[in-house]
Design a protein around this ligand. Structure first.
Ligand code: AR6
Length: 168
């Protein structure tokens, strides 16, 4: 089941939260900064050993001081760079995060709006990829939370999901 919520993702008690990281996996601003601050220094030390992450791929770490058991780190495309395959790369972020979650027996997972902050993925593009991919995976999870942080994203996600469900 998919649930769209407006929340600080670092507060969620789920099996895994997904981080909108950068290729270094060593922290940054936005949701990445919030996750690293709350998870603590051990996360940084653990990430040092991971050798970064390519765009569209995903890596898993413990949640350390978070309530979430795991953090799945994925790297969205930098939208304004204009790469031709940027939609496919963003889709890969969701697919690879879901696949990694399944391998680790994760039943409840929460995604932020990947790429939709600093990397400037437009709301309709990022939101539709998030929801379409979550619909493909929903039967394999107890709960998929799509976590929005502003009204614009939240309103789009709600409306788009409702339209998709009405089409069924
Ligand atoms: N909980 C939930 N969502 C949040 C939170 C939070 N605590 N904080 C921000 N968001 P961004 P990106 C939302 O910029 O676009 C970092 O510096 C935010 O409103 O975090 O993938 C990394 O290190 C937006 O909707 O990620 C990378 O360098 C969404 O999370 C770069 O930013 C994603 O925004 C990644 O950029």
């Amino acid at each position: 089941m998919i649930e769209i919520i407006k929340e600080d993702i670092t507060n969620l008690e789920v099996d895994a939260i997904v981080n909108a990281a950068n290729k270094s996996l060593l922290g940054g601003g936005g949701v990445d900064g919030a996750i690293h601050r709350k998870a603590g220094k051990e996360l940084y030390k653990y990430c040092l050993k991971l050798n970064g992450c390519l765009t569209g791929e995903a890596k898993i770490t413990p949640g350390f001081n978070l309530k979430a058991k795991y953090i799945i780190h994925t790297v969205a495309p930098i939208w304004y760079k204009g790469e031709e395959n940027r939609c496919e790369l963003l889709k890969n972020c969701y697919v690879n995060s879901f696949e990694l979650a399944l391998e680790n027996n994760i039943k409840t997972i929460a995604f932020p709006c990947l790429g939709m902050g600093v990397y400037k993925v437009p709301t309709d593009v990022g939101g539709s990829i998030a929801i379409d991919t979550s619909l493909e995976y929903q039967d394999r999870f107890e709960k998929i939370y799509l976590v929005c942080f502003n009204d614009l994203d939240y309103d789009f996600y709600k409306k788009y999901l409702m339209e998709k469900q009405e089409m069924k």
